[in-house]
Write a protein that binds this ligand. Sequence first.
Ligand SMILES: NC(=O)c1ccc[n+]([C@@H]2O[C@H](COP(=O)([O-])OP(=O)(O)OC[C@H]3O[C@@H](n4cnc5c(N)ncnc54)[C@H](O)[C@@H]3O)[C@@H](O)[C@H]2O)c1
Ligand SMILES: [Zn+2]
Ligand SMILES: [Zn+2]
Length: 393
Amino acid sequence: MKAVTWHGKRDVRVETVPDPTIQEPTDAVIRVTTTNICGSDLHLYEVLGPFMDSGDILGHEPMGVVEEVGSEVGDLKVGDRVVIPFQVACGSCWMCQQQLYTQCETTQVREHGSGAALFGYSKLYGQIPGGQAEYLRVPQAQFTHIKVPDGPPDERFVYLSDVLPTAWQAVAYADAPKDGTLLVLGLGPIGDMATRIASYQGTRVIGADLVPERLERAKARGIETIDLREHGSKVGDAVRDLTGGRGTDAVVDAVGMEAHGSPITKTIQQMAGLLPDFVARPVFENAGVDRLHALYTAIDAVRRGGTVSLSGVYGGMADPMPMMTMFDKQIQLRMGQANVKKWVPDILPLLTDDDPLGVDAFHTHSVPLDQAPEMYSTFQKKQDGCVKVLLKP
Ligand SMILES: NC(=O)c1ccc[n+]([C@@H]2O[C@H](COP(=O)([O-])OP(=O)(O)OC[C@H]3O[C@@H](n4cnc5c(N)ncnc54)[C@H](O)[C@@H]3O)[C@@H](O)[C@H]2O)c1
Ligand SMILES: [Zn+2]
Ligand SMILES: [Zn+2]
């Protein structure tokens, strides 16, 4: 089969690899019909190389049709149309009973001190071959699947693998009060979807980013926006100006560790390079190069007693947190990988023809699997208005 494989920093390829087979009675193999590129894949593309082997198959946002099943997959049948969650979970251990599926005790990667195994996500998460491929072996398939109805296009359901439950959990953890306010930092796929969910639920939402097309997308759906290129490190002030001086009830950080790691720093540099000096300098100085920039912004912009919800993935232990401010402001901080299947019953009723969250047209690019290498690059560089890429094997 054809699959997208990792070969080094900014080097992914489409190669022919052996077809996956059933290895355990709880396995299934699916034929992949749509499979997305995620902001999390960019961490592997750029900084998590030490945990990857050449030839590892990438991807954790697939859907398709069950092709083959083991003898212990419950009611999963050949021919079922399924979306595969990004995490492998058994559904029956103590953690799964608490619906903490990202902590599944059956699949935890203890060797690296990590939670549940993830598809296509490095040795840290079990080195499970990923879903950017023609076929995918699904371990713990009795639980690791979401059945979806035949009929509507893949675009309707494919975000159940990650974007929808991640954004949903981010908003749920933010827990803005009724008629409250929410700041969403980062308007990539996760932040964009979080703004849609929160505003659908009646919350006043402010979104912040520095990529013009992403700000426009949010604005077009009635979201108030803050452009980082104008406000830099003064985002907190801009938020307070919009909220009677207080800050928002809650903040979702949908940026994560590469906020100002190399790719985004480069974006800022590229953008700043196009600007006159007197504008460019504040962009450099204010947008900052700190990997925790977004988190600090969140802590600054949230009102006293408010909640900060982190969905952006953070790695590394060294960065200090502003503990004094967090303590003084009595902030609640909640975070983690999304427990996908916990939220599916809340989300599925919104995936109708009315399409209140706008999922049918959420992607900006839909291309054959062969074009994955170009699309990784385009997505990372935020070129061509790229927000979400669907690959069609
Ligand atoms: N918790 C989970 O289960 C989970 C699941 C999927 C993705 N993620 C993580 O969520 C994050 C976002 O994912 P994505 O797919 O939307 O990625 P993305 O990289 O497309 O989006 C990040 C956005 O943040 C913007 N940004 C950068 N620095 C900023 C700053 N200081 N303030 C405001 N905005 C800033 C960027 O311009 C970009 O639009 C990533 O870290 C990803 O790994 C977490
Ligand atoms: Zn993802
Ligand atoms: Zn489990």
